[in-house]
Design a protein around this ligand. Structure first.
Ligand code: CDP
Ligand code: MG
Length: 149
């Protein structure tokens, strides 16, 4: 089972999209194994987006993620990293499938409502940035048996 790190960005919280986005992830069959609300500080924001340091959108993106509380989450499931990216849609909402989260709820690349790890390596790194091991739960869930053969 894979785990991925997902974050509902400040705009998702401010626009009242938290419940709808979490519902989509639950209905897909992914399992919520960790969740917290926090205000990201500069050190964490810069570490989170370190691969983009030096790019024109780095500083605005750091400012955006620090601007208001976010919901940090870990979701578990078969191919969780790729499945979550599929539900999220393309980075630029203009190119995101209309049924995806970004395609449904966002207009602009700089306010694209959700973050998700892009690989297993990123997932491990990002999970450990936001959560201590004891904040992540392994538990059997009703319906687990019905999600794959
Ligand atoms: O979030 P994702 O992995 O899909 O995209 P990214 O290429 O890793 O970029 C990280 C974040 O930077 C995006 O989700 C946007 O919030 C922001 N960004 C932006 O504002 N303008 C760009 N041209 C590219 C990224
Ligand atoms: Mg990325």
């Amino acid at each position: 089972m894979e785990r991925t790190f997902l974050m509902l960005k400040p705009d998702a919280v401010q626009r009242g999209l938290v419940g709808e986005i979490i519902a989509r992830l639950e209905k897909k069959g992914l399992k919520l194994v960790a969740l917290k609300m926090l205000k990201v500080d500069r050190a964490l924001a810069e570490e989170h987006y370190r691969e983009h340091r030096g790019k024109s959108f780095f500083e605005p993106t750091v400012q955006y993620i620090m601007s208001s509380p976010v919901i940090a989450m870990v979701w578990e499931g078969k191919n969780a990293v790729a499945q979550a990216r599929l539900l999220m849609g393309a980075t630029n909402p203009l190119n995101a499938d209309p049924g995806s989260i970004r395609g449904s709820y966002a207009l602009d690349i700089s306010r694209n409502v959700i973050h998700g790890s892009d690989s297993l390596e990123s997932a491990e790194r990002e999970i450990s940035l936001y959560f201590r091991p004891e904040e992540i739960f392994s538990y059997p869930k009703a319906g687990d048996d019905w999600l794959s053969e």
